[in-house]
Design a protein around this ligand. Structure first.
Ligand code: PLP
Length: 440
């Protein structure tokens, strides 16, 4: 009998007692290959000695100070590493404890940016359907995940509206090229600006590669350049949510680097601290920082654990390891191996509709019928059954999708550590194939 309110109150999950590298050991002694790093979190696997040592050292030296009274060296260095030499005009950082907190802070920063500039009418946000930006009420209102929003609808602010996701597998029309699809989506965003009144919109919010809701869906080429142009034309900010797809997961430090644009505000979390500590953050363009610095002089926001020294020290160590061990190149090569393996083993499977993603962020979408792309009946919970079958085969993947609206299928998401071995990647492919073949 557990006293914890688990995600399922009917069956408590197995207890994990230790983890090393890409492997988690359960209380019953079973070892499981962690192919998704929780929810794309553990980018260096588990127990990395340099990160463990950095946490130990920081805890012994300076465990906590309130950010209203003190800064700390770990946070200052982390900000320098993240925005000191990076592309895109990002100039400042703000550290919180999770992705949802990062999105809350992004919404407030965008709103305050326009207040500082005397544009109080800008209080609307446009995001996309079938997106997820976090579970706190602001972030949930921004998100377009119908199932997660439904129970809390009366609590969600009506400052948010939603346009179509960039989801080629289901959204691109027959005979429509990639460029035309991107242009059609940008035209829809433009129309939404016009409907709301362009001078009332504070920001457009999007994940460069959609994670949890759709399963590793990159946008068609040219989409982000086109939506950046729409935002610029109307003086609105572009907020990119890289909580899941960022910090190296797609093979570049930021997923937006592959799109030829840069955001005004970026949220990061999972891979920032790699799960060694809870940490999220904002990376902020210079002109947004300047509006605060030259205006009221203070960001009207805050939490008790902003810029927590131990969390920042852990994230700093994670970022050093990524750079010094050349892990972005490894994400690219292992990502190719993973993708090719999945395509070779499952590309022709009658219930695998799509295999997609970037770098070590890959997913398969499962469908009842490959030709019509019909989704499975959600009551079948195919995504959970595939997860369970994978577990049986000794590997854990991250299940998603499978909502009743038929707008997208079930999916299984894979996000192995950047420092996984080739043999582990091959084992992930084999276990995934076994799971899909067992269930469908
Ligand atoms: N944004 C995206 C894109 C996410 O995938 C998530 C979590 O999965 C969040 C925000 C919320 O992050 P957290 O769960 O750390 O609050």
């Amino acid at each position: 009998m557990t006293r914890i309110l688990h995600r399922s109150s009917r069956s408590a999950p197995p207890v994990a007692v230790s983890a090393q590298g890409a492997w988690i050991t359960q209380a019953d002694g079973r070892r499981v290959l962690d192919a998704c790093g929780g929810a794309a979190v553990s980018c260096l696997g588990h127990g990395h000695p340099r990160v463990v040592e950095a946490i130990r050292r920081q805890a012994g030296q300076l465990d906590y100070v309130h950010s209203g009274a003190f800064s700390n060296q770990a946070a200052e260095e982390l900000a320098e590493v993240l925005v000191g030499h990076e592309p895109g005009g990002l100039a400042g950082a703000y550290f919180v404890s999770s992705g949802s907190e990062a999105m809350e802070a992004a919404l407030k920063l965008a709103r305050q940016y326009f207040l500082e500039r005397g544009q109080a009418r800008r209080q609307r946000f446009i995001a996309r359907r079938q997106s997820y930006h976090g579970n706190t009420l602001g972030a949930l209102a921004a998100g377009g995940n119908a199932l997660r929003r439904a129970p809390y609808a009366p609590l969600l602010a009506d400052a948010f509206s939603h346009v179509s996701p960039a989801y080629a597998y289901r959204g691109q029309q027959a005979g429509e090229g990639e460029a035309a699809y991107a242009a059609r989506l940008a035209a829809e965003l433009e129309a939404e600006f016009q409907r709301l009144g362009p001078d009332t919109v504070a920001a457009f919010i999007a994940e460069p590669v959609v994670g949890a809701t759709l399963g590793c869906v990159p946008a068609p080429a040219g989409y982000f350049r086109a939506v950046r142009e729409v935002c610029d034309r109307h003086g609105a900010l572009l907020i990119l949510d890289e909580v899941m797809c960022g910090m190296g997961r797609t093979g570049t430090l930021h997923a937006w680097e592959q799109e030829g644009i840069a955001p005004d505000i970026q949220t990061v979390a999972k891979g920032l601290g790699g799960g060694f500590q809870p940490i999220g953050g904002l990376l902020i363009a210079g002109h947004v920082l300047d509006a605060i610095r030259d205006g009221s002089g203070s960001f009207k926001h805050g939490h008790t654990y902003v810029a927590h020294p131990i969390a920042c020290a852990a994230a700093l160590a994670v970022q050093h390891v990524i750079r010094e061990e050349g892990l972005l190149a490894q994400v690219q090569s292992l990502g190719q191996r993973l993708r090719q393996g999945l395509e070779a083993r499952l590309g022709q499977h009658p219930h695998v509709g799509d295999i997609r993603g970037r770098g070590l962020f890959q997913a398969i979408e499962l469908v009842a019928d490959r030709d019509s792309k019909a989704t499975f009946d959600p009551a079948l919970q195919i995504n959970l059954r595939v997860r369970d079958a994978a577990l049986e085969a000794g590997m854990i993947c991250y299940p998603g999708g499978g909502t009743a609206d038929g707008l997208h299928g079930d999916h299984a998401l894979l996000a192995p550590p950047y420092n996984a071995s080739s043999a582990e990647i091959d084992l992930i492919v084999e276990s995934m194939a076994t799971a899909v073949e067992t269930v469908t």
